[in-house]
Design a protein around this ligand. Structure first.
Ligand SMILES: NC(=O)c1ccc[n+]([C@@H]2O[C@H](COP(=O)([O-])OP(=O)(O)OC[C@H]3O[C@@H](n4cnc5c(N)ncnc54)[C@H](OP(=O)(O)O)[C@@H]3O)[C@@H](O)[C@H]2O)c1
Length: 290
């Protein structure tokens, strides 16, 4: 019998663009010279396997993760994958959030990424620069053709409302936050709010930085699906409308398992069991931050 292949989950952005709901994280890449070859190999394998969304940041390895990402993307394009298939997300540090500094930060990221434009450029966390000024910086980058969409990260609901009230702030395309089976606070208010705005939520640290990958509470569900606990944790996020998950993986086996998690369809029984062990929020919780 041939296993039925399910369509890969996608998320829709406010501009109507549909993109894969599974992306690759790169935090911790580019930090150590003796790991670079292995990390580059892993990024290349990911792109060969079909991963098309990559999440990086100027902060990761002080630009080292962007440099490795740029090398892997350049190789993939040389091998014939069109630039338009990739969806590259990067982030500016809050100290670069001013309208002028943001231009220079983005230009430096683009050089490291070997790209003409970033698909989605985020403010990594809020910091002290007035939001209206940062929005002006993003708009200027868009006018210059250096970024296509912009968004934020680690913004709680009150920050999002303040951003929405700033001139141009409603054009925000995403908010990237900590969201996993063991960190479900956003389900109370932020995620429903983002769904109303048709703004995808990018779920970072979907494995709780490794805590969930062999969690005993996930094993019975995993066994029912002949999957791993990590795949269950990922499938649980990927089944949700408007949620993109960006697990980091540093080897081919993890990349393959995470890719295959797109085919795991959790049942009502599985979801009830997961809710029992990882309870959804019953009241507002402050946004979790890594
Ligand atoms: N915006 C923000 O402030 C923010 C904050 C944190 C993270 N992020 C983004 O989100 C991405 C993901 O979050 P994260 O890196 O914190 O942690 P994560 O994705 O929750 O967990 C990564 C850990 O899980 C392991 N792993 C991955 N796939 C596995 C599998 N199939 N089986 C077993 N272990 C597996 C990895 O090991 P190996 O490396 O050995 O594969 C690594 O130790 C980051 O890389 C970054 O791009 C953003």
């Amino acid at each position: 019998m041939v296993a039925r292949v399910q369509p890969l989950p996608e998320v829709g952005f406010p501009n109507g663009e549909q993109r894969p709901a599974l992306g690759l994280g790169t935090w911790r890449f580019g930090e150590a010279a003796d790991r670079r070859a292995e990390e580059l190999a892993s990024l290349r394998q990911a792109l060969e396997m079909g991963w098309r969304v990559i999440d990086t940041a100027e902060m990761y390895g002080d630009g080292g993760a962007e440099t490795l990402t740029g090398q892997a993307l350049a190789d993939a394009q040389r091998a014939g994958v069109p630039r338009g298939e990739f969806f590259v997300v990067s982030k500016a540090l809050p100290e670069h959030a001013g309208a002028h500094a943001l231009q220079a930060a983005c230009e430096a990221s683009l050089r490291r990424l070997q790209l003409d434009s970033i698909d989605l450029y985020l403010l990594h966390w809020r910091g002290g620069v007035p939001l209206a000024e940062t929005v002006r910086g993003f708009e200027q980058l868009q006018r210059r053709g250096l970024i296509r969409m912009w968004g934020v990260s680690n913004f709680d609901l009150d920050d999002m409302c303040e951003l929405g009230a700033a001139p141009g702030g409603k054009a925000c395309a995403t908010n990237q936050v900590y969201y996993s089976l063991s960190q479900r606070g956003v389900e109370h208010d932020l995620l429903p709010w983002q769904r109303v705005q048709q703004m995808p939520l990018m779920a970072y640290s979907p494995f709780d930085q490794g805590e969930l990958v062999d969690h005993p509470r996930l094993r019975p569900v995993a066994e029912r699906h002949r999957a791993t606990p990590a795949q269950v944790a990922l499938a649980w996020l990927l089944r949700q409308r408007g949620v993109m998950a960006i697990p980091k993986a540093g080897n081919a086996l993890h990349l393959r398992h995470n890719w295959a998690a797109q085919q795991v369809r959790l049942t009502a029984e599985d979801l009830a069991e997961l809710d029992h062990h990882f309870a959804p929020p019953t009241e507002r919780q402050p946004l979790a931050v890594r």
